[in-house]
Design a protein around this ligand. Structure first.
Ligand code: SF4
Ligand code: SF4
Length: 350
């Protein structure tokens, strides 16, 4: 770990230099807000943004991704044999990612990179990616990241953490990937480690003071799974939901997908698309049976997965980093903080 300073006058020149070896992603503003997108040549990241509507999850898990392809032309030797699609995993860097979104990637990794199963598409993209974070000096009103083990200057999952200090960035280089990226940019002006850490600590404390929103999770682990599953409050929670799926698409820790096959002339491909557990189609079987055919079952699934199943399975906290996107985006104001409170304080009546 070491600190470097980056004069803002050198920032764009440096990241442009890194384009020789890295594909760049970062915050881009449009009429619908800020999203983390690929930075085409000459497009610089908007580093002065507050919140992004969408997280960086699509860098590792694109909305549509081809998995396998097959040639259906019977005149070729290996026709009809499905082969892994030739996706590119060139080095890439995500600039200006928020610390809670980097932590979210680690939570998603628990699902895509296990001892029993490794999703090669997600894992290869992860290996190729360097995460350059930007601390949050002015947290928004929906941010409750400090109560779920992240925070405005959290380091988990990041390769570099930067603080915006008006005319320059102070950067804490956390991993060899971060070192390689700083070198590719030519950012090498060393800063005093002790003074820099003290400054980071102050910035973190100041930012954390502005986060007043919290989520209660301390009793969830001890609740019996079936008691929560059968609890009477789910109808009330689900009543207003319109199953639009927005909460899951904007969530950096949601990973549901659907797999489809498509054939065009002599080429067949199998691809996956983001999907949502809030949609009735997501669990409908080919027979027509649907184990989660009712809205209340789907709403319960979303919250039980995030706040109970994940917690019980991995013992690494809840499947939420407190970014607040789902709270802000839900058209009917369903709020995971209130649901967590209801679950956390629930006592089964005998
Ligand atoms: S955003 Fe709100 S209304 Fe839409 S699926 Fe999620 S909880 Fe339901
Ligand atoms: S559940 Fe909501 S607050 Fe938590 S990480 Fe997902 S979008 Fe953010």
């Amino acid at each position: 770990m070491k600190f470097i300073t980056i004069d803002k006058k050198d920032w764009t020149k440096g990241i442009d230099k890194s384009r020789k070896t890295y594909q760049l992603f970062g915050p881009v503003k449009d009429e619908n807000g800020c999203k983390i997108k690929e930075l085409d040549k000459d497009l610089a990241p908007e580093m002065d943004y507050h919140e992004s509507v969408m997280s960086a999850k699509s860098v590792l898990f694109p909305q549509t991704e081809t998995l396998l392809t097959a040639n259906l032309d019977e005149s070729v030797e290996d026709h009809h044999i499905m082969k892994r699609a030739k996706n590119e995993y060139t080095p890439r860097a995500v600039l200006g990612i928020r610390p809670y979104d980097a932590k979210a990637i680690l939570l998603v990794k628990l699902n895509f990179d296990t001892d029993e199963y490794r999703d090669p598409y997600w894992c290869d993209a992860y290996e190729a990616t360097t995460l350059v974070g930007l601390g949050i000096t002015h947290p928004g009103p929906f941010d409750f990241s400090t109560s779920v083990g992240s925070g405005p200057f959290g380091e988990e999952g990041l390769d570099i953490l930067m603080a915006d200090l008006d005319d320059h960035y102070l950067a804490k280089v956390l991993t060899p990937k971060g070192e390689a990226y700083a070198a590719a940019c030519g950012f090498d002006a060393a800063a005093d480690d002790k003074e820099s850490q003290a400054l980071f600590d102050i910035l973190q404390l100041e930012a954390e003071k502005n986060i007043t929103s919290r989520v209660e999770t301390d009793k969830l682990k001890d609740k019996a799974l079936l008691d929560l599953h059968e609890a009477p409050f789910w109808d009330d929670i689900a009543f207003a939901c319109i199953n639009c799926g927005t909460c899951t698409y904007v969530c950096p820790t949601c990973w549901c997908f659907d797999i489809q096959d498509e054939t065009k002339q002599k080429q067949s491909s199998r691809f996956r698309n983001w999907d949502t557990c809030m949609s009735p189609l997501f669990t409908r079987h080919a027979t027509g049976h649907n184990p989660r055919g009712a809205k209340v079952q789907r709403v319960r699934q979303r919250f039980m997965h995030k706040l109970k199943y994940f917690l019980d399975k991995y013992d690494q906290g809840i499947m939420c980093v407190g970014c607040g996107r789902c709270v802000k985006s839900c058209p009917v104001n369903i709020d995971i903080r209130q649901v967590a409170h209801t679950m956390n304080t629930f006592e089964k009546k005998d």
